[in-house]
Write a protein that binds this ligand. Sequence first.
Ligand code: NA7
Length: 533
Amino acid sequence: MSGSTQRFDAVIIGAGFAGMYMLYRMREMGLYVRVFEAGGDVGGTWYWNRYPGARCDIESMEYSYQFSDELQQEWDWTERYAAQPEILSYAQHVADRFDLRDDIQFNTRVESAHFDEAGDVWRVTTSDGETATARYVVAATGCLSVPNEPDIPGSDSFEGEVYHTGRWPHETVDFSGKRVAVIGTGSSAIQAIPLIAEQAAHLTVHQRTPNFSIPARNGPLDPELQRRIKARYADLRERNKKMGFGFGARHPQNQGFVMEMSAEEREEWFERFWNNGGLTFGLAFGDMIIDKEANDVAAEFVKRKIRERIEDPAVADKLMPTSTFFCKRLCADTDYFETYNRDNVTLVDVNEDPIETITATGIRTASGEESYDCIVFATGFDAMTGALTRMDIRGVDGLALKDKWQAGPKTYLGLETSGFPNLFMIPGPGSPSVLTNMLPSIEQHVDFIADCMAYMDEHNLKRIDADPDAEEAWVEHVNEVADTTLYPSCNSWYLGANIPGKARVFLPLLGFPEYVEKCNEVAANGYQGFRLS
Ligand code: NA7
């Protein structure tokens, strides 16, 4: 109904895991809510990222909601790491089970949200021409939801099939008999490449930065293990909350330091974590991401293991990671490096043989032109800020969010940014988000926001805004914490370094338990650091 204005207590942007749980909590509080979702269904990142091999690299038993014990008991996972279709089914199950769809408007993108100071209300416009007003806006827009489409000359001229891993079509893409090029070698590419290579006549991978990846050791989930975890689910969830990244408490923990162990001892530990598989390798030693010497030792172990997986030493040389171990997002794979042993796979290092242009029939690099039927961009996302700055969000005095964040995002706790009252972000830059298991992080944010709204009602308050001084101090804190580690030492998307022209600021906060403690303290002290009026 074009041209109408609907009044809500709250508008939520996005029906991924954050938006769905926020809706659930707000409904419990008796609020009248509308969720606007650009996609055709719930699931967020799991709705869009349908490329072959798309899979979560946090274990299924941990990457799930815990707010409802009935839900976590009734849902059965089939694999150690769930694939995209299973996670999407889970999201759909949650939507159905809690009747969430009634309040979600699909295929509707929020275009603008302007704060009306006189009425203490947000005015939201959507892609279908509707206007809505709401006291609160919650941007549950995801950290990795805006694809990075690199500006390669000639991109529009290609006449074959073009895909981006982050916007994969709903129909099955059949690469059989086709010549395929993949650009990028991050997590998405590392998952997709082995499966594309199995189908394609020929696959050429254009690699800019070789990545560290640990074999995921995925497989069917043992029903007995699932039963045992469910019998003490609350216990596992609690123990995970004390983990730095919010997951992995079920696995061996090593409190030791690489440099304090003998070479034999550390080899034994590395081997143990290597065999355990995937991101839990990060639990092997506490100092790997702090001490460069320890990091080098860990990197050498992983590189040795990677080399063993590749037959041609020249190809292995190209695939050897050069950056600091862990400072780019660690990947987890199934047969990624072995894929380069196939006769139908070629690896091109774009540093040696840069892409010059995309043509009507293929890709021209410095060494010549190759023709392709399909080009797959696995080039990542404008992470953490992209979805927020792309909307026309304006706060007090008409200040645009994208202007305020020109030199880098500023938030308090990653939840609010000053000058934009009653606008919450889940999860915003400056929160642990991508450096944690996202599901528990999301639940913590939603609970904090819902409790805060209840507090405001109890105290008859209309506005909550981040205090500018508290915000400055928080941004400094996020960067200080990052600077005690090796994370800022390479060109990662954690720093915005993958997007030309983006301000280089460390975006997520390291340390989930400390963050939760801080949030609890802030709430206990009457939302200290926020201005309530
Ligand atoms: P990532 O991890 O950002 O990976 C993107 C890849 O694309 C990475 O290898 C980039 O190289 C490469 N890239 C980006 N732009 C270009 C250009 N212009 N030319 C060549 N190569 C390019 O995104 P993913 O989707 O794989 O993973 C994102 C997250 O999703 C992941 O960490 C999980 O949390 C889930 P670079 O390293 O920048 O040199």
